[in-house]
Design a protein around this ligand. Structure first.
Ligand SMILES: [Zn+2]
Length: 323
């Protein structure tokens, strides 16, 4: 439990939420080359409880997560919340505005690879540092909501890492089980939000539902239901009326396949398929249909995410296999 929760104001930038209130607004963050206005919702309960930080829009074109997060942050009743919620609804406003895939258009960097950031660095590094210092630090738990990017399909999955500290790990596993997406991927991702939050000593959860630039109601509902259940598990809200979480299959590792060439990507598998080592999973062709690269699975496993754009660049991810 954080001392800031219960009976004291919740503050972020110029926003201040008294106990029993929700305050929304844009917080200006100086990124050197530009100042961005980050939409934030603060929900401060009357009763003591955990301070939970949630982000979405770390990748600006991941709409299911942005839509679901806003729904839950705005529906919570501050009169019944225990503790507090710090919701950064669109963490990377420049990427959102540009409909940018993977990267922040201000510096071309992937925000989810530069944590914990650098206050004197480039735009993404400065934004990461603000999230690290102002949003994560002082929280009791952290949740980062994503989905497949504009060019990606995926099966719903959660991610955590395990530190060896049962006080953190048991809680992270419980957060994932409550969110209840189909798979649980365990392992660090250097430079990511969740790895950075875990290093601060709190349980951190990644949640992924949907993708391809769409935000159908069923996907938004599923992401929102998961967030609600995890907030209930943490004690922030009453979850007695929630539908139960789905059964989650734990995966020990995930392997990313990347393209060795630039061309036209023709996958031969779909998300959720199970492949064996050596199986052909697709090919990259030239402009006239001749194969440039036949891609085979370097490991067996389930296809967790799959790039669905025809355009493919050397070094880009093609798909991930979890096993
Ligand atoms: Zn993402």
């Amino acid at each position: 439990m954080s001392e800031a929760s219960g009976g004291t104001d919740l503050v972020l930038g110029h926003l201040r939420a008294a106990p029993g209130t929700r305050v929304t607004g844009h917080v200006a963050v100086d990124l050197g080359v530009a100042t961005v206005e980050v939409p934030v919702a603060l929900v401060n309960g009357r009763e003591p409880g955990p301070r939970v930080a949630v982000t979405s829009g770390i990748h600006g074109a991941e709409y299911v997560s942005i839509a679901a997060h806003r729904r839950v942050a705005m529906e919570l009743d501050p009169a019944t919340v225990r503790g507090s919620l710090v919701s950064v609804l669109v963490a990377n406003p420049a990427a959102f505005a540009a409909r940018s895939i993977y990267v922040d258009p201000l510096d071309g960097k992937n925000l989810n690879r530069v944590f914990p950031g650098d206050p004197a660095g480039s735009a993404s590094q400065r934004l990461a540092r603000w999230i690290h210092d102002a949003v994560m630090t002082g929280s009791d738990a952290f949740i980062d909501m994503h989905c497949g990017d504009m060019n990606e399909a995926l099966v719903p999955f959660n991610g955590i890492e395990e530190t060896g500290d049962p006080g953190i790990d048991d809680r992270a596993r419980a957060m994932a089980a409550a969110y209840g997406l189909d798979y649980l991927v365990v392992g660090p991702l250097p430079g990511s939000t969740t790895t950075s939050a875990t290093a601060l000593g709190m349980p951190a959860l990644l949640a992924e539902v949907g993708g391809q630039g769409l935000w159908p109601a069923a996907d938004v509902d599923r992401h929102a239901a998961g967030l609600r259940r995890t907030l209930a598990m943490l004690g922030l809200r009453d979850g007695s009326g929630d539908p139960p979480a789905g059964v989650q299959r734990r995966l020990g590792s995930d392997v990313w396949l990347r393209s060795g060439t630039t061309g036209f990507w023709h996958p031969a598998v779909a998300v959720g398929d199970t492949v064996r080592p050596g199986d052909r999973v697709g090919e990259v062709q030239d402009a006239f249909g001749a194969p440039l690269e036949v891609v085979t699975a370097s490991a067996g496993g389930v296809v967790l995410f799959l790039v669905t754009s025809l355009a493919m660049n050397v070094g880009d991810p093609l798909l991930a296999l979890g096993s």
